[in-house]
Design a protein around this ligand. Structure first.
Ligand code: AMP
Ligand code: MN
Ligand code: MN
Ligand code: MN
Length: 276
């Protein structure tokens, strides 16, 4: 069985390794198909594709799109996209465009809670001029001693209801799916087990996603428990969606799973790669 890891990040968003280093690590770990899926950006793909050339590993061009649905932020993975598609590129540019002003508002909110200089502090961790994310703030909060680990930064500061969280309007679900399809890709719900929605809400969401043309859900994810592997395999079956798997690797020391560290896909689902 080939090894698939269809969700990973590089320095072109909030990962710690450059695209070529992500590829090198995946090859060393025996991955056969790796998707680089940086947040709201495809600018790391040319480097990743070049690095994969001649290694025997296939680089799957991807991205992870930030979407607003009802009151939730949902991530939608794009797989097998044409990275130079103009419709997708324009869509991603609109998603990215709000990030800097959001970061300034986050900084003001943290300042009101007594934490000064967060914008400048977070910017020291930014590795792509095109994209600042909450992860960069989390790294600053650790460095400045406000929290011990990045996950505590999210728990105490960067999530809804906490100082430092700023509500933000991302892409709509139909727009995101449409842009991905325009680029010839598959649209896959990232880490569905992470969203704070009731079972009824999840069914409503997956129904809307499928009706918008969505293709699949991540069944295997570093955000999921073993019970959630089975739960989302069942959702995939009942909603007629394909199944995907990804470590969501961000870099050494910052991820639950390393590249390729995924169990076998549960029986009874149709993997996304059967349509490639
Ligand atoms: P943003 O797109 O700027 O809202 O940042 C979202 C990113 O923050 C995600 O892609 C993760 O990398 C990171 N993140 C979100 N929640 C957590 C958490 N609880 N622990 C660690 N990282 C998180
Ligand atoms: Mn991230
Ligand atoms: Mn995500
Ligand atoms: Mn991710």
């Amino acid at each position: 069985m080939p090894r698939y890891d269809l969700h990973s990040h590089s320095t072109h968003s909030d990962g710690l390794l450059a695209p070529a280093a992500v590829v090198e690590r995946a090859v060393a770990r025996g991955v056969d198909f790796l998707a680089l899926t940086d947040h709201d950006d495809t600018s790391g793909l040319p480097e990743a594709i070049a690095a994969a050339d001649g290694t025997g590993m296939t680089l799957v061009p991807g991205a992870e799109l930030s979407v607003s649905w009802e009151s939730h932020t949902i991530h939608v993975i794009a797989l097998q996209i044409d990275p130079s598609n103009a419709v997708l590129e324009a869509g991603l540019a609109t998603i990215r465009s709000g990030r800097d002003s959001r970061a300034k508002l986050m900084s003001e909110s943290l300042a009101a809670a007594g934490i000064k200089g967060a914008y400048e502090g977070a910017r020291r961790y930014v590795t792509s001029e095109r994209l600042i994310s909450r992860t960069h703030f989390a790294r600053f909060l650790v460095e400045s001693g406000h929290v011990r680990e990045t996950k505590d930064a999210f728990k105490r500061y960067l999530t809804p209801g906490k100082p430092g969280y700023v509500k933000h309007e991302w892409a709509s679900l139909p727009d995101a799916v449409g842009w991905i399809h325009a680029a010839g890709g598959q649209a896959v719900v990232a880490h569905p087990g992470r969203y704070k929605v009731s079972p009824t809400g999840m069914r409503r969401f997956l129904g809307e996603f499928r009706d918008a043309g969505g293709d699949g859900v991540e069944v295997l994810s570093s955000s999921h428990t073993t019970a959630q592997y089975a739960e989302y395999a069942a959702y995939a079956r009942t909603f007629g969606l394909l199944a995907s798997c990804g470590s969501d690797y961000h870099g050494p020391g910052e991820s639950w799973l390393d590249l390729g560290d995924l169990p076998a896909m549960p029986a009874g689902v149709t993997p996304v790669w059967t349509r490639w």
